[in-house]
Design a protein around this ligand. Structure first.
Ligand SMILES: Cc1cc2nc3c(=O)[nH]c(=O)nc-3n(C[C@H](O)[C@H](O)[C@H](O)COP(=O)(O)OP(=O)(O)OC[C@H]3O[C@@H](n4cnc5c(N)ncnc54)[C@H](O)[C@@H]3O)c2cc1C
Length: 403
């Protein structure tokens, strides 16, 4: 017993971290009429983690059938969120996955996974890509897998919307309230101690379940339980380019695109969210330096910007000069698969982590983590995301981040 137990406030579930995944989880729990306390270390909507800025890709095209199936559920969960919030959040633009000759990422994995998942797509050659998407200039021999449902979702606004819905459904959310300790109790509950200057500062909660959705800070919290996961935090960046003629990069001429090679890049057509309607966003996937949640800098990496700019200038002639660069954090597992499930040693503690590609699944993570917290299981196939899978349990497991 901690000695705090006597003064701890009993609660069904404490959610630690209110980015996209945590806000979704708090909402999904509160709408099931259980008591929920959501705790955020910084201000809600802060720019230090992974769920801020304007846009994130939502797509059905993925490299395994399990992800393709889960992506299908994600579209349903986004539709549910749109209904519940009365907001339009999903902007369908279409998307093309681009595989140059000798691509590091196999096109067959994507094609076969979409076939297995019954997801319609069109295979295009280089000329076909250019005819379909005039803004794109790809080298001969490139294969394009075109999928019409690919869409853009607003990161910051969606996260704020889910937090609002959580509060409206009865969740008690506190920002500037960092969890400073997690203490497992003999009866299976967990005592959660809170610091900071926010509404939960100095309080402690006795929770039946704790959901950790703390991304780059996950291991800091797991340390309280004497455990950790082999996670790598990288500081990624996205750049907004200012073309002379933004209409040449509108959704009629440019889809969401992903360059499936090493290095890997991705980008968006013009997208009005956040007043960026005349700017075109592009970025490298997994190009950032290793860092930590608290030590990361916010200064753009000039070398990474140079690499991106020269690549993008070839793929998107007329793209123009960089106007703005935003940094953001990835928290990567060795196999780049998500984490969703209980800790084997502390089944009352659940971990949810998006491995640098989780925002499109934020409402789905929320539903799944709420299922696991309340029912101990979920209808979604999350077998590949287990906390004790070999990639997370074996020391020195080979790293494969390009998917
Ligand atoms: C540049 C970039 C582009 C991306 N593009 C895409 C994309 O196109 N599509 C896609 O699906 N995904 C994309 N992702 C990935 C996606 O954004 C993340 O997987 C997702 O946002 C992770 O959300 P989260 O809530 O887990 O993390 P975060 O938003 O980082 O939330 C974790 C929260 O935990 C809080 N916290 C930490 N420690 C404590 C503590 N002790 N007490 C209380 N709170 C604490 C932090 O302050 C933080 O707010 C991208 C990510 C980046 C960085």
């Amino acid at each position: 017993m901690t000695g705090y137990a006597g003064r701890s406030e009993p609660v069904d579930v404490v959610v630690v971290g209110l980015g996209g995944l945590g806000s979704a989880t708090a909402w999904q729990l509160a709408r099931r009429s259980v008591s929920v306390v959501g705790l955020e270390k910084f201000d809600l909507g802060h720019l230090r983690g992974a769920s801020h800025d304007t846009s994130r890709i939502l797509r059905r095209s993925y490299h395994t059938p399990a992800y393709v199936r889960l992506a299908g559920e994600a579209y349903d969960d986004w539709a549910d969120l749109e209904r519940a919030s009365g907001q339009r959040l999903v902007t369908v633009t279409g998307g093309v996955d681009l595989f140059p000759p000798g691509a590091a990422i196999p096109a067959d994995d994507y094609a076969a996974s979409m076939v297995a998942g019954g997801v319609p797509f069109e295979q295009l050659d280089a000329a076909g890509v250019g005819r379909r998407w005039p803004a794109l200039r790809v080298p001969d021999g490139t294969v394009g897998l075109q999928q019409d449902d690919t869409a853009i979702v607003p990161a910051g606004r969606s996260t704020a919307t889910m937090a609002r819905l959580a509060g409206e459904a009865g969740a008690e959310l506190h920002d500037r309230s960092p969890v400073t300790s997690l203490v497992p109790e003999d009866d299976g509950t967990v005592t959660v101690l809170v610091g900071g200057t926010g509404g939960a500062a100095g309080r402690s909660f006795r929770a039946r379940r704790v959901v950790l959705t703390a991304d780059a800070w996950t291991n800091e919290l797991l340390a309280h339980l004497g455990t950790s996961l082999p996670l790598t935090v990288t500081r990624e960046q996205v750049t907004y380019f200012a073309p002379a003629d933004p209409t040449a990069f509108g959704p009629q001429r440019l889809p969401v695109w992903i360059w499936m090679d090493d290095p890997s890049f991705y980008g968006f057509p013009t997208y009005a969210e956040g007043g960026n309607g005349a700017l075109v966003k592009a970025a490298q996937d997994c190009g950032g330096a290793v860092t930590t949640g608290d030590e990361r800098s916010f200064d753009p990496d000039p070398d990474a910007l140079g690499l991106l700019s020269s690549f993008a200038a070839q793929l998107l002639p007329g793209l123009g000069a960089p106007a703005r660069t935003v940094t953001c954090l990835y928290t990567l597992t060795p196999d780049r698969d998500f984490v969703a499930g209980p800790l084997p040693a502390y089944p009352s503690v659940l971990v949810g982590l998006g491995a640098g590609h989780g925002f499109k699944f934020a409402p789905t993570f929320g539903r799944v983590l709420a299922d696991l917290a309340l029912d101990g299981g979920t209808s979604s196939d999350i077998a590949a995301f287990a906390v004790d899978r070999p990639a997370l349990a074996e020391a020195g497991h080979p790293v494969s981040w390009l998917v």
